[in-house]
Write a protein that binds this ligand. Structure first.
Ligand SMILES: Nc1ncnc2c1ncn2[C@@H]1O[C@H](COP(=O)(O)OP(=O)(O)OP(=O)(O)O)[C@@H](O)[C@H]1O
Ligand SMILES: [Mg+2]
Length: 244
């Protein structure tokens, strides 16, 4: 694993086997600096496996993987340490920077996700949406060039989810880091991403560029057509069977 140079992510011929089975099978992937990419695909197709590899949490691979040094991950479960106050969770394991207190850095990140008032509390008193925002603050404080998000809104109710989606869109516009967002939600992918990738049989089987202005609305007719296309590729919905 090494620095990605001009690209934020460059993957060539990536293979990950579990026993005999290659869950990822000679996969190629490029993500440009500052690009927002959504990754969809059937349950068990290998999305989290790919994200864990990009996060360097799994090294048992074949092939080339280049990612930036500064990257951050947020998972479906916020994974906060219950014995540390929220602000300490945000800066947990963060290397110190001279002239900046850890507290000030935590506060700045918490302010960005609207959690200033929750800095001092224990994680257990946070709502699901707040915990997820704390998890985003923990990613942001690292000033990543690449954010890896694995279904970060999966456990949230519909309204909180919409707010969290909007927040990620805003944070991305402000920080312009590359993002790889794993989601099951085709609409979420189309509202947020520059490009949607569909993973199937161990590779990126389809790709759709979402050339629509932001902020986007689900009512947009072109997005509706793209949604039908993605559902067809996924093999679900009324459009199933229209396209291979
Ligand atoms: N450590 C492991 N050992 C053995 N098999 C594994 C391991 N991790 C993942 N797998 C298998 O690899 C496949 C892909 O898993 P992965 O978690 O990447 O899927 P996913 O696309 O993220 O699915 P979901 O959408 O349900 O989260 C699954 O069949 C899973 O059982
Ligand atoms: Mg997964």
């Amino acid at each position: 694993m090494s620095g990605a140079g001009e690209a934020a992510v460059r993957v060539r011929g990536l293979t990950r086997r579990f026993g005999e089975r290659a869950v990822i099978d000679r996969l190629d992937l490029d993500i440009a600096p500052g690009e927002f990419v959504a990754l969809i695909g059937a349950s068990g197709c290998g999305k989290s496996t790919l994200l864990r590899i990009l996060a360097d949490l799994d090294q048992e691979i074949e092939g080339e993987v280049e990612v930036p040094m500064r990257r951050a991950v947020a998972f479906q479960a916020p994974r906060l340490m219950p014995w540390k106050r929220v602000w300490r969770n945000v800066v947990l394991g963060l290397p110190p920077v001279r002239g900046q207190s850890q507290r000030a850095r935590a506060d700045a990140a918490l302010a960005e996700v609207g959690l200033t008032h929750r800095a001092e509390v224990w994680p257990k008193v946070l709502s699901g949406g707040e915990a997820q925002r704390a998890s985003l603050a923990r990613a942001l404080v690292r000033e990543p060039e690449l954010m890896l998000l694995d279904e970060p809104f999966g456990a949230l109710d519909a309204l909180t989810r919409l707010k969290a989606q909007a927040l990620v869109g805003e944070l991305w516009q402000r920080h312009r880091c590359a993002i790889l967002l794993v989601t099951h939600d085709v609409e979420e992918a189309l509202l947020l991403a520059d490009r949607v990738l569909l993973m199937k049989e161990g590779v990126i089987a389809h790709e759709l560029r979402v050339d629509r202005p932001r902020p986007r609305r689900v009512e947009d007719a072109e997005l509706a057509a793209m949604r039908a296309q993605l559902l067809a590729w996924l093999g679900v919905g009324h459009a199933a069977g229209v396209a291979a």
